[in-house]
Write a protein that binds this ligand. Structure first.
Ligand SMILES: NC(=O)c1ccc[n+]([C@@H]2O[C@H](COP(=O)([O-])OP(=O)(O)OC[C@H]3O[C@@H](n4cnc5c(N)ncnc54)[C@H](O)[C@@H]3O)[C@@H](O)[C@H]2O)c1
Length: 252
């Protein structure tokens, strides 16, 4: 398990903090070389990984810009000589207000769609030629278990993550011939920094944990192994799948 990702060259978006930072650090411990991409400064996380003996490069970028996505892929190819994997993790999530359908600002709806749907599309679009040059690769989309459960007060977010799942399923039909796999991870409520900063999170987390088969809080590190599996050669014949990682909250 330790060297599951030996030699893999992976871009993780949204890696300046939270789940993305945990994924980047965990992948490096498994032998990967990682580009941490984020609109916030990912350099401190990259530095933390390098200090622990890993190989990591930071890129400040916006996933809604095709040229930024292309520049990120160029950095990966220049730094590591190629690209084997992409994790589309960046999203608007933890800072979103909880609002009913008639309270959501239409401009915020558009912004959520731009970052959470257009972003993974543009990153994927930019990465595909590099993955093809490497002989194939693996893309992991990060959705949410909310899309299988149904929850109130985040309609924009849930719609955007439903689109991510739909994209996964259609993308495999286009990318299979290039030997590029695409799978989705659907996390449950996870105690990232952004989530921990939310008001009333302790009560919400306790009620979510009580509904799980494994009744505890979910940590960003809980997502490392499942994502790494999809990125690894052990999943070479696995594509178009979605995996809920939420301690047995939803079964789909
Ligand atoms: N934490 C949870 O409870 C939870 C549950 C299910 C799914 N998820 C998903 O997991 C992922 C990470 O969650 P998190 O809690 O760490 O989120 P977060 O909101 O704490 O972090 C998201 C990261 O994405 C970055 N980002 C935002 N917009 C960007 C842009 N335009 N370009 C580049 N980077 C951008 C942010 O700077 C931040 O570092 C998200 O896709 C989220 O939807 C989270």
């Amino acid at each position: 398990m330790d060297r599951l990702l030996r030699g893999k060259r992976i871009i993780v978006t949204g890696a300046a903090q939270g789940i993305g930072a945990a994924l980047a650090g965990g992948f490096c411990e498994m032998g990967a070389r990682v580009v941490l991409a984020d609109c916030a400064d990912p350099e401190p996380e990259a530095e933390r990984i390098r200090a622990a003996g890993g190989e990591a490069v930071a890129v400040r970028m916006d996933v809604t810009s095709l040229s930024d996505c292309e520049r990120t892929v160029e950095v990966a190819e220049k730094a590591f000589g190629g690209l084997d994997g992409l994790v589309n993790n960046a999203a608007l999530f933890s800072a979103l207000p909880l609002e009913m359908l008639d309270e959501i600002d239409p401009d915020l709806w558009d912004r959520v769609m731009a970052v959470n749907v257009k972003g993974p599309w543009l990153c994927t679009r930019a990465a595909v030629p590099a993955l093809e040059r490497a002989g194939g690769g693996s893309i992991v989309m990060i959705a949410t278990n909310r899309i299988f459960h149904g929850f109130p007060r985040m309609l924009h977010y849930d719609a955007s993550k439903g689109a991510v799942l739909a994209m996964t399923r259609s993308l495999i039909r286009e990318l299979g011939p290039k030997n590029i796999r695409v799978n989705t991870i659907a996390p449950g409520l996870t105690m990232s920094e952004g989530v921990l900063a939310r008001k009333g999170i302790a009560e919400r987390a306790a009620s979510v944990a009580a509904g799980r088969s494994l009744a505890r809080d979910q940590q960003p590190e809980d997502l490392v192994g499942p994502c790494a599996y999809f990125l690894s050669d052990h999943a070479n014949f696995v594509t178009g799948q979605s995996l809920a990682v939420d301690g047995g909250g939803v079964i789909h």
